[in-house]
Design a protein around this ligand. Structure first.
Ligand code: SF4
Length: 204
C-alpha cells in the first residue's frame, strides 16, 4: 500500500524517480518497521544457536520487545548458500513418490502454473562457470539444484560418453529465485526475464 502510494504520488507529479524515495521513510515510520525490528533477531538466532536454543532466544527477545525493551544488538544473518552441507555429511532422503491426489510431481505443478517464456527471448538463467555444476555441485553436494528447484529446471543428464552434464530448462522457471540464493558457489546468475514471461496461475 505504501509502495502504491509512493508510486501514485510520483505518477501524479512529474514521474521523477527520486519521488519514489518517499517510500523508504514512509515504511520506516510505519508499523511495518516496528514489527520487523521486534523479530529481527529471530531467524538469525535459530541459524546461530540451533532450533531449540535459537527459538528460546528468539522468544525471549520478542517478549522483551513487546514490553518495549529493545536489546541493543542485532544478530547477523548467515548467507543461505554457505549453510549447505556436503553430501558426505548428509543422510540421503528417500522421498515418497507423488500419489497424484494430495501430492504431485513437479512438472504437473509447473503445467498448472501456466508458466511460459517466449522461445526467442534472452536466457534469464546463466552460469558464470559451466564446469562448476558437475565438478563442484554434483561432486561435493550431489547436485542440489536438481532438488531445490520447484520447477525441475535443473537436470543432470548423461552425455553419450557417459559423463554427466547440467541441462537448464529455463522455459519452466517459476521465478522463485531459490537458485540465485542457494547455489553453494553463487555460480548461477538469475536475471529478470523479458516482460510477460513466467508463471500465470490462471486458476488463482
Ligand atoms: S528461480 Fe526457482 S524455479 Fe527458476 S530456476 Fe531458480 S529455483 Fe528453479
Amino acid at each position: 500500500m505504501l509502495a502504491a502510494e509512493a508510486a501514485f504520488d510520483a505518477l501524479c507529479k512529474d514521474r521523477s524517480s527520486d519521488l519514489l524515495e518517499a517510500y523508504e521513510p514512509s515504511v520506516r515510520s510505519s508499523w511495518i518497521d516496528k514489527e520487523l525490528r521486534m523479530v529481527r533477531n529471530a531467524q538469525p538466532a535459530v541459524a546461530h544457536f540451533g532450533g531449540l536454543l535459537g527459538t528460546l532466544y528468539a522468544g525471549f527477545d520478542i517478549w522483551l520487545g513487546q514490553l518495549g525493551i529493545r536489546l541493543p544488538w542485532t544478530l547477523k544473518h548467515k548467507a543461505d548458500n554457505t549453510t549447505l552441507r556436503r553430501k558426505s555429511e548428509a543422510k540421503k532422503i528417500d522421498y515418497p513418490k507423488p500419489d497424484g491426489v494430495l501430492t504431485f510431481d513437479r512438472l504437473t505443478s509447473v503445467f498448472l502454473s501456466n508458466t511460459n517464456h517466449e522461445e526467442d527471448q534472452p536466457v534469464h538463467l546463466t552460469l558464470k562457470d559451466a564446469t562448476v555444476p558437475v565438478d563442484v555441485n554434483l561432486a561435493l553436494y550431489d547436485g542440489p539444484e536438481q532438488r531445490y528447484c520447484p520447477a525441475g529446471v535443473y537436470e543432470f543428464v548423461e552425455e553419450p560418453n557417459g559423463k554427466p552434464r547440467l541441462q537448464i530448462n529455463a522455459q519452466n522457471c517459476v521465478h522463485c529465485k531459490t537458485c540465485d540464493i542457494k547455489d553453494p558457489t553463487q555460480n548461477i546468475n538469475w536475471v529478470t526475464p523479458e516482460g510477460g514471461g513466467g508463471p500465470n496461475y490462471p486458476n488463482m
